[in-house]
Design a protein around this ligand. Sequence first.
Ligand code: CUK
Ligand code: CUA
Length: 763
Amino acid sequence: MKKFTQRSTTLLLAAGMGLAAATAWSAETLQDVMKRRGLSQQDLLAASKTYVPTGKRDDFIAFSSGGQSGQVIVYGIPSMRILKYIGVFTPEPWQGYGFDEESKAVLAQGRIDGKDITWGDTHHPGMSETNGEADGQFLFINDKANPRVAVLDLRDFETKQIVVNPIYKSEHGGTFVTPNTEYVFEAAQYASPLENKKFYPLEEFNEKYRGGMTYWKFDRKEGRIDPKKSFSVELPPYSQDLSDAGKGPSDGWSFTNSFCSERYVGGIEKGRPPYEAGCSAKDTDYLHVINWKKAAELVAAGKAKKINGHDVLMMETSIKEGILFLIPEPKSPHGVDVTPDGTKLVVAGKLDTHVSVYSFEKIMAQIKAGKFESKDPYGIPVLSMKDTLHTQVSLGLGPLHTQFDSKTCVAYTSLYVDSQVAKWDYCEGKVLDKISVHYNIGHLMTMEGDTAKPAGRYLVALNKLSIDRFNPVGPLHPQNHQLIDISNDKMQLIYDMPLPLGEPHYVVAIDAKKLKPAVRYKLGTNSRTDQPHPAAVRAGEEHTDKKGNKVEVFGSLIRSHITPETIEVDVGDEVTIHLTNLERAQDETHGFTVSTYNVHASVEPGKTVTVKFKADKEGVYPYYCTEFCSALHLEMQGYLLVKPKGWKASKTTLAAGTYTEAEYKANVKKVADTQVIIDSVVAYITSVNYKDFPDVVAMVDDAFDQLGKTKGLKEKHEAFAAKKDWENATLWAEQIWQYQVKTADLGLRAKTYLEQNGAKKVK
Ligand code: CUK
Ligand code: CUA
């Protein structure tokens, strides 16, 4: 230990005096590297389009579904560097998600029929919008397997809420938002009886099984979905699929595809043709066109029926009130995407080579004129496909999803079977360019490409197979997100990114400048409710309460100690530990765990987190900080002592250390030397325009916070020294130095930042 601290002083001195190692330059030229690595001009061009130099940031931030991991993956574009995994439907240990009480409460909202469901099949992230444009405030994502929707707040990139769909057993067409995020859509997928736990045999499929479309009311002020103000529209058992919200002229309407409108129920085991045959036998399926604004009014007027306590507008009512229509669409469609100007909708039929572009104006004209070509078996008016189409364009095999460019009329459609992206003009109806991807593309995504104002520039192809793209890692391959430059007439493939967490069906991206995430919480925040945590403490307020067999610790974390450092309980006690991270410094997260009790918390600056467990095993259990937060991180430790029944202590004093006057004096000198460094760093910082750098101002604030903690400690060690208590004198002097190290660490970080970012001398 001694050795280490002396070395640290030397390091601090060296850094403080600007003796940092000089940068070594390689003598290799670009040509050398090209030759050595076998790269072409085209490769270099691609590399220079995606490379983000150290210290620089990406232009766009992507939120990808984590597929079967039930998480969200955040990455930067164009570098494709992964920035974060966010636990949503699934526990995520690093962030303590599912291991602390606050996040367990979020996961518990997603329980179904009283049971925990700790995985999710996430498909479609959706960003909140204001006037049809991505606003960077909230993210929504759906769980196809267990019909749920989650709300994430982009101030801290945390999951805040999970809502369970009250009437479906599966869903898919979510989460799509209305232009001002009034509602978040969730469409059913595999039809089932809407009443919970109702059994009907498949023979009653047509009569008793139903699909639907749910409109979750989003309360932006609260940052939460309001289930009481949410409603659904009952739909036929047609396997509703992807959806989109109207915008501009079509605002107030929603569009939902369907497949298997044949209402086939399979039975391969009984010798019946399988679903795949029965669900694609007819040439067309139905596009559902719903006036959600009017539907909301009808629900408000009491015209809905309560099913499982949830407002459902029954088909009969929707037909009578004229808010629900169907339009035939080509065979087994997948995506439906409304153009940025809201005048057209693009439908891709998986088993057709065409994309069909419908005109919203024509749809409205037909509805107004009451011109319906027929009715479906449930009495829903069916509009003529021919009379509502704007154009059809033959793009290739297996068109799935469509996204839009910042250039007018330009769209990109994924071709699953062809393994290509087609660039085409949806106004003129012609193909502009095609590029191969690897392989079998599902969704594709352009920057803010499903908003009213797409940002263009890049496209990400989300491929289902990666076969030969990456180093083999066993039979389960990574997914392949390919980045394509779309700023020119010809598309250029510039990067392959393996994603190893699950099948990310869809991803959305936003201009990074629109995101304004916080760097710390207000001291004592429960990050899952955004409310002050009732068990938060400030420095000096830490305490432990014991009532009967309940032990409640109100503790704190700060570099580099946990308060308290000993927790004594009796076997069988229920232990609750609340911890507040008192740090203000950026990125000074502390983690917390207790050996073998399956608890973990990530406590970011300002956050208060609770872990809870029953101390049902007598013994000694170390607890510690799980984030390497400082030079003395390993010493950020403590003991949970679980005493056996009827335990009586035989010794009452702790073993004394052996310290000498010389050691005390050495510590006092170390403190004085370090203060010289701190003073010189402070002199440098205040000699330049550091106040023009907000990040530095935060670091300087934090540095002084740490230094402030030395107050009164000098008097303390001197008083012990006067009594020749060398242990206490030495250790309190050491503690001053510990605070100094943290101060100097921050100060030096600030100094380096200023030097590298062109700080200027001030008078
Ligand atoms: S779906 Cu998977 S490729 Cu869930 Cu949007 Cu199309
Ligand atoms: Cu705190 Cu390690």
